[in-house]
Design a protein. Sequence first.
Length: 37
Amino acid sequence: MFGLYYIDLYGRIGIAYDREREVLLLSAFGEYVREED
């Protein structure tokens, strides 16, 4: 996917960020959606 970034920290925390959807996914903490003001 374009604009998708995945960072694996210590093999436990995965961070996926899709700029098209403005969605930040933290596999260790759940799902966080950034809302526009």
